[in-house]
Design a binder for this molecule. Structure first.
Ligand SMILES: [Zn+2]
Length: 494
């Protein structure tokens, strides 16, 4: 009997091993290697323009604070001077004083337009972080073949690249096949309600449904997948939701010399501990699933085997991905406290404690589910959960089989040798979400490589990246009317 069972077990083990190996082998199909086109030279003035753009402090502080009118006006003047042909030849509409929409009429009116967008405002530089910068944040310093300063990576690099590409094509008297709109918002960093949202409203009213909207978001990375030894273009096809909740507990306070067993602060603190003790479900689906399937075949054997056999290794993969806060956020809806408020004096027990909790939710976890999860975790009716009015669930996901994604994929191959384009979901928000319901495809991508200093210290953009970005937009415009045809020649791995 025991012999029979052993025999059966051995057979099962052999079978599982065979299936695992076959799956791994099948998964090992090489990712195509493609040769890009050589980067074209840019005008000498281009780098100077980016530097100048950085020096104008178009800072968005807070929704409640007035716009720095002088800076935004100065920025408009700068654009008009730096890009005369754009301003001569393309009609400009102004939205809420400082956001702009340019229209470049295409030859073929039957084609739905493209919208190429970027934002002109930047986040402030923290006073406390000033001495950590190696350059003046608004100096527009050019050194080490790099332009330094607030906005170079987010998102003036894109604004200037787009305009450089268009100005040059206009100089050559070029006319695109398809109508191209250039959309520049002035308040992305404070939710884009006056800029991109107003511009999207205009499209809605005109009943114009763009074929493609492209905004900031993903980029090319070599640092995030070192095992692959190839650059990966992470192309944003959607973004997580942005939800905030106020958690409040009210309980009569009093003198700190005679405290109750439990205070409002105690209850709230316990609620937070419970809330944070577990995560919402691990979800290996949507764009992230496609991403793993595309990079998987290039990974070392162990990783490849695990990714090819998720039916068996999912628990191990889950554990691995949850180790890093970055990958964890790709597979989970996150929930974290960000503002804590209670108390006025050291000897007074406050009667009220509140905390703001911020959640970035996956498309599969809409707000209602997030609230239900929080209630279940907190398990205490004394804690009120109030959602903020501006809460927004995850965006729509643009199909990777759609024309928009395919076009960007195609251009990626042309601007970066040997690149592997993959779809992914942005963890932050961009202006492009305002176009979600009117465009056929919304893509978040710029052709920089591992840009540094987003919202942080020593923000900068290497001039070579800047060149590639200009090239990217220029190709996108020139190929707006053509079918996708992955032009670069496939080459054998050297
Ligand atoms: Zn940005």
């Amino acid at each position: 009997m025991i012999k029979k069972i052993l025999k059966g077990l051995l057979l099962l083990l052999a079978l599982v091993t065979a299936v695992v190996l076959i799956n791994t082998f099948r998964f090992s199909k090489e990712i195509p290697h493609k040769q890009a086109l050589p980067l074209t030279a840019i005008n000498d003035s281009a780098v100077q323009h980016l530097s100048e753009a950085v020096q104008i402090k178009t800072v968005s502080y807070a929704d409640s604070l007035p716009v720095d009118t002088a800076s935004f006006l100065q920025f408009r003047k700068f654009l008009e001077t730096a890009y005369p042909l754009v301003h001569q030849k393309l009609p400009r509409q102004i939205f809420n004083q400082f956001s702009y929409l340019f229209k470049w009429e295409g030859k073929n009116a039957a084609l739905a337009p493209y919208v190429i967008m970027a934002h002109m405002d930047v986040v402030p530089v923290e006073a406390a972080a000033l001495d950590k910068w190696t350059v003046a944040p608004f100096g527009g310093v050019i050194k080490d073949s790099t332009v330094w300063g607030r906005g170079t990576a987010d998102d003036k690099g894109c604004v200037i690249s787009i305009l450089e590409a268009v100005e040059e094509l206009l100089r050559q008297n070029y006319q695109p096949e398809r109508t191209i709109y250039l959309s520049f918002g002035h308040d992305e960093e404070i939710s884009g309600t006056r800029g991109a949202s107003a511009i999207a409203d205009w499209f809605r009213k005109q009943n114009i449904h763009p074929e493609l909207v492209i905004d900031e978001g993903g980029e090319i990375t070599v640092e995030n997948f070192p095992e692959l030894k190839r650059p990966i273009a992470v192309i944003g096809v959607g973004e997580k939701g942005y939800l905030s909740f106020q958690l409040t507990v009210e309980k009569t306070g009093g003198h700190s010399s005679m405290p109750d067993k439990e205070t409002a602060m105690d209850i709230l603190a316990k609620a937070l501990v419970n809330l944070r003790s577990e995560q919402m479900p691990f979800r290996m689906s949507g764009p992230v699933e496609v991403l793993l399937n595309r990079v998987g075949p290039g990974m070392p054997f162990g990783e490849r085997m695990a990714l090819a056999n998720q039916w068996l290794f999912k628990p191990i993969l889950k554990k691995e991905f949850e180790k890093s806060h970055v990958t964890n956020a790709l597979f989970h809806t996150t929930i974290v406290p960000t503002v804590f408020n209670s108390g006025v004096k050291d000897n007074v027990i406050p009667g009220k404690a509140t905390v703001i909790v911020n959640s970035r939710n996956l498309p599969d976890d809409p707000q209602g589910d997030v609230i239900a999860f929080m209630k279940k975790q907190i398990h205490d009716d004394r804690v009120q959960i109030i959602p903020e009015k501006v809460n927004k669930d995850a965006s729509k996901i643009s199909s990777i089989d759609g024309a928009a994604f395919k076009k960007i994929e195609d251009i990626c191959y042309q601007v970066m040798p040997d690149v592997v384009p993959v779809p992914y979901l942005l963890m932050g928000g961009t202006d492009s979400r305002h176009f979600d319901d009117i465009a056929k495809g919304v893509i978040r991508f710029a052709a920089s490589i591992d840009a540094k200093g987003y919202h942080g210290i020593d923000e900068r953009l290497p001039i070579n990246d800047f060149k590639r970005m200009i090239f990217f937009y220029s190709l996108l415009i020139k190929e707006s009317g053509t079918e996708n045809n992955a032009k670069p020649i496939e080459v054998k791995k050297s």
